[in-house]
Design a protein around this ligand. Structure first.
Ligand code: URA
Length: 194
């Protein structure tokens, strides 16, 4: 049977496949444009996201919006989701069992959106989406072709808030993203850098 967005969202919001359903306030399904050519994937909701049901609304989210603005992107031009849709208590990394229980929702979101580009935000997303030995310090900004989708990882915005020394490398990665968008996307409007 063909999947559809409404059914997927409903199923996800009712999910009880792992223990995170017992402590969540809200399922954080995703935000942005489901017709976008670019997806950004984080690891999992924090306290603010859990309270509001929207990804990246805390300090890291504000910083992510600032990063997107550098290359004239915003939430109307991308779709943002997470590897796990419910908050891991105490902001710990999502456990493998939790990721395994949840990853099917992300794969279905990807199948419906059919993005040209997926950017992993941080190590956890990159290890799930690019390869399980991914080293963020060595491989951020590197492009991979996976199932016909251009993929790369950048440092997680929280890591950039903790360690501003990583920001120049991320600026280069964003410029590379901007260039790749110009190359492979068809309807994503960017203010040209020239
Ligand atoms: N960090 C994430 O990885 N995802 C969010 O939605 C918020 C913070």
């Amino acid at each position: 049977m063909q999947d559809n967005w409404e059914a997927l969202e409903r199923e996800c919001r009712e999910c009880r496949e792992c223990a995170l359903c017992q402590t969540r306030k809200n399922v954080v399904f995703g935000v942005g444009n489901p017709q976008a050519e670019i997806m950004l994937v984080g690891e999992g909701p924090g306290a603010n996201e859990d309270a509001q049901g929207i990804p990246f609304v805390g300090k890291a989210g504000q910083f992510l919006d600032d990063m997107l603005a550098i290359i004239s992107l915003d939430r109307t031009k991308v779709y943002i989701a997470n590897i796990v849709k419910c908050r891991p208590p105490g902001n710990r990394d999502p456990l493998n069992v939790e990721q395994d229980a949840c990853i099917g929702y992300l794969h279905r979101q990807i199948a419906l959106i059919q993005p040209k580009i997926i950017v992993s935000l941080g190590r956890i997303a990159a290890m799930r989406l690019i390869n399980d030995k991914f080293r963020i310090t060595k491989e951020h900004g590197v492009w991979f072709d996976i199932d016909g989708v251009r993929m790369m990882a950048i440092y997680h915005p929280s890591a950039l808030l903790r360690d501003p020394g990583k920001r120049p490398e991320t600026f280069d990665d964003l410029k590379s993203l901007q260039k790749e968008i110009g190359r492979v996307c068809q309807h994503t409007e960017l203010n040209k850098p020239w």
